[in-house]
Design a protein around this ligand. Structure first.
Ligand code: DP6
Length: 351
């Protein structure tokens, strides 16, 4: 199946500059655990965000010795360049021209670096899009669908969750019988006509509880699932949750959605606590916010809920159609105080 992504070179011009932008995403059913070839242990589904993006410009000079120079927000980053070099070597089999030139890559995020918002997802998404723009120039392969799918495939080899950022709306990565065309190799858009309108416009306000470096990286976290005694059950549950979610999405079942999304977030962190060695990425503020959200929901019945990434920050989700100002007021007046620097990144989902 991977053969479809092999290609042939045809350098037409030797100097190219391409620019692409790619948003980040937040998973509702989490990817946590993978094989060494970036194959997920279970299917995942995420919302692609609207405002948190990476903008990347890639300059390519063909027929030069292979080298990569990278700039993050105007500052040269050698460590990042090494990572990209390694990545390019890894994907060479799918882009045969890739090591035949010199690169200067300039990239910047529209969201704070320390926010814990997945910059690897938007970052690898944007680079993969740039590479596919070059590939379209250098090879005879084209077609929008193929290009997008191959960009998702390449992004996955950089960072798993990045493959979902290539599509707007709700996006699935990992083979599941629930979604036709779904694959472990790339992401696909969840069919929009099977999603009730209440799930098509959401706010995602990311409360920045902690802005420092994470104590355990995602790659270490994924690896620890290999020895986690609860892993198999967890992978199976992700499939079950995806099955439940299809009905929830179709019926517009908001309480069911809230329950499932929060359960997934807590399961992700539960897995971290049940690994060997165990680790905890939530901070005191994370737990305080969760309790406050539950209390608010009990008292008002309003659909404010949370999800968590592999970090301490809390993604506060609430549907767009809610006119009631109490949710926004509550966040600003009662939750912002748990944020380390009083910061919240206001994003949204709209498709
Ligand atoms: C908790 O995609 O960052 O955000 O494939 O090793 O780069 P790598 O991991 P990464 O893992 C993301 C994990 C998660 C859940 C998710 O996005 O599904």
């Amino acid at each position: 199946m991977e053969e479809e992504f092999l290609g042939n070179i045809n350098f037409r011009t030797s100097h190219q500059i391409v620019s692409q932008s790619c948003p980040s995403n937040i998973a509702l059913i989490k990817y946590w655990g993978k094989s060494d070839t970036q194959i997920p242990a279970n299917p995942s589904i995420s919302y692609t965000l609207s405002h948190c993006k990476t903008n990347t410009t890639l300059e390519f000079l063909a027929d030069e010795k292979f080298s990569v120079q990278t700039f993050l927000a105007g500052k040269e980053e050698e460590k990042f360049a090494k990572k990209i070099e390694e990545y390019f070597r890894k994907i060479q089999v799918y882009l045969p021209w890739i090591l035949q030139g010199k690169y200067c890559i300039k990239t910047e995020n529209t969201f704070p670096h320390s926010s814990g918002i997945a910059s690897s997802a938007s970052g690898f998404g944007a680079i993969a899009k740039c590479l596919m723009q070059l590939d379209q120039i250098f090879t005879d392969q084209n077609g929008e669908e193929y290009t997008l799918r191959k960009a998702s495939f390449l992004a996955r080899l950089g960072s798993g969750s990045a493959c979902r950022s290539l599509y707007p709306g709700l996006v699935v990565w990992g083979h599941t019988k629930e979604v036709r065309g779904s694959s472990d190799l790339y992401a696909v858009a969840y069919p929009p006509h099977q999603i009730h309108s209440v799930f098509k416009r959401f706010h995602d306000w990311v409360l920045l509880i902690y802005e420092g470096e994470k104590s355990v990286s995602s790659s270490v976290g994924h690896a620890l699932m290999k020895t986690n005694p609860y892993a198999e059950r967890r992978f199976q549950e992700a499939h079950e949750n995806l099955h439940k979610l299809t009905t929830i999405l179709q019926e517009g079942n908001m309480p069911g959605f809230i329950k499932l999304v929060e359960h997934e977030a807590l399961t992700l962190h539960g897995m971290m606590m049940m690994g060997d060695p165990a680790f905890i990425l939530m901070e005191t503020g994370t737990l305080q916010v969760i309790n406050k959200v539950w209390e608010f929901r009990r008292n008002t019945g309003l659909p404010l809920f949370f999800t968590l990434d592999a970090g301490a920050n809390v993604h506060l989700l609430f549907p767009h159609h809610i006119e009631d100002q109490r949710i926004k007021t509550f966040i600003e007046q009662e939750l912002l105080t748990f944020s380390q620097c009083g910061r919240v990144v206001k994003d949204e989902i709209s498709f």
